[in-house]
Design a protein around this ligand. Structure first.
Ligand code: NAD
Length: 401
């Protein structure tokens, strides 16, 4: 089996990679039969030279490989027909901007595995950059707060060597007695929790969060059923919510009235009610001043997330009265951070983490006949067709939705 690490071609340029030179070496030691080539790249966080010194071929052309592994969407013109690919296609939620890419994967008879679809039998995701997105996103939330209120100046995460350096800077800040709300319970939320732990911020219960004042900063972590209720008053359940989000209404305002800094890590499905709307934000009771929107959905989940932001320009302001963008330091503005490639800011740590997960969960499947069904579950396209698990995307492919 011949594998290739392909170069990232998406703009803005992304320095992440699935395997660091060290992880590749680990794979080689565990599976001596495996052959890896690395496509030349000027931007990858680990330079070509380091791969060469570790004993890997770095080449301009790697098209003769069997399995191509990348991070972001691969440009349609560089897809090699009849091969296998792993990358994030961003098509699972029927994102319109990647419909053509999915069509090309089908037309070119590519066997395509989406990193997002690499799950265990219970559908829990096994690999992803979520943890590092959570770490960097929460850090950026505190960075935004410091800049908005001229309280401290944290450096940009991508200027720091690694997570340790980021922790060292965070430990120097003196937080006021703010209330921080974190949504979600997946990898992003867990990454964000690591940052709240570094800051030694006490966690409080929902009851205390919405009813008490505190003499220190505190945080509360909520999940889907804490801020959604069934409109018909019937008993709610997470399974029911996943199946019928349209039956639910948001009760998020009970939290917005008590929150200064919101850090999001929830999963927002198509059809779910917005956490807060334009009308909610206009209310005098709406208190949130800084939003680190790591979930970063642009389909109205949070009224204040009107666009994504970039690593270069991470913050913008949202004027709650006009619904328009403004300076994030303006007194009435909600400061928004909505970067959708957050883990790129800590590209080295994030790549090492991702590669270790891939080595643990995916590489064995190539050598044990996919005993745990990892490849089968992640396979989206094969021989020009969507696999049964992804048949729900057929209308999207056909342009019917
Ligand atoms: N900004 C960024 O750079 C960045 C990076 C990674 C992830 N994200 C986003 O952050 C969000 C969370 O990612 P994660 O890695 O923590 O995900 P995850 O897969 O680790 O966890 C998602 C959680 O959501 C739950 N869930 C699944 N389907 C759901 C549904 N239909 N409705 C409500 N909850 C559901 C799951 O049970 C799980 O607890 C996602 O929307 C993801 O796109 C953003």
């Amino acid at each position: 089996m011949k594998f290739a690490i392909i170069k990232e071609r998406k703009s803005p340029l992304d320095r992440r990679v699935v395997f660091s030179p060290k992880t590749l070496l680990q794979i080689k030691q565990q599976y001596p039969a495996v052959k890896f080539k690395v496509e030349k790249s000027k931007i990858r966080i680990f330079p070509d030279e380091v791969y060469k010194l570790t004993g890997f071929l770095v080449l301009k052309h790697v098209a003769d490989s069997d399995v191509f592994i990348g991070v972001n969407e691969v440009s349609i013109d560089s897809l090699v027909p009849n091969k296998s690919y792993f990358f994030f296609s961003h098509t699972l939620k029927k994102q319109p901007y990647n419909r053509e890419l999915l069509r090309a994967l089908l037309d070119k008879k590519i066997t395509f595995y989406d990193h997002e679809a690499i799950t265990d039998i219970k559908q829990n995701r096994l690999i992803g950059f979520g943890r590092y997105a959570g770490i960097v996103g929460a850090y950026n939330g505190f960075r935004a707060w410091g800049l908005k209120y001229d309280s401290w100046e944290l450096p940009k995460a991508n200027m720091l060597s690694d997570q340790k350096a980021l922790h060292a800077h965070l430990k120097k800040i003196q937080l006021p007695n703010i209330k921080i709300l974190l949504t979600g319970n997946g990898n992003v939320a867990k990454g964000a929790l690591e940052i709240l732990d570094v800051l030694k911020i006490p966690k409080v219960s929902i009851e205390d969060y919405v009813s008490k004042t505190f003499t220190t900063p505190v945080y509360c972590n909520i999940n889907t059923l804490d801020y959604n209720t069934r409109m018909d008053g019937k008993a709610k359940s997470i399974k029911d919510f996943f199946k019928h989000p349209e039956r639910y209404a948001s009760t998020f305002n009970q939290f917005a009235e008590h929150t200064d800094l919101l850090i999001t890590g929830h999963f927002f499905s198509n059809g779910a009610p917005a956490l807060y709307t334009e009308a909610d934000v206009k209310s005098a009771r709406f208190k949130i001043k800084v939003v680190a929107d790591i979930s970063c959905d642009l389909n109205g989940a949070l009224a204040s997330t009107i666009r994504t932001s970039t690593i270069e320009h991470p913050f913008y302001g949202y004027n709650p009265q006009t619904g328009l963008e403004t300076d994030f330091k303006a007194p009435d503005a909600i400061a928004v951070m909505a970067i959708n490639n957050l883990s790129s800011e800590l590209a080295s740590d994030a790549s090492i983490w991702f590669g270790q997960m891939f080595l643990k969960h995916v590489i064995p499947a190539f050598f044990n006949n996919d005993a745990d069904g990892i490849l089968e579950r992640a396979r989206m396209t094969h021989d020009g067709k969507l696999t049964p698990r992804f048949a729900y995307l057929q209308d999207y492919v056909d342009g019917k939705e």
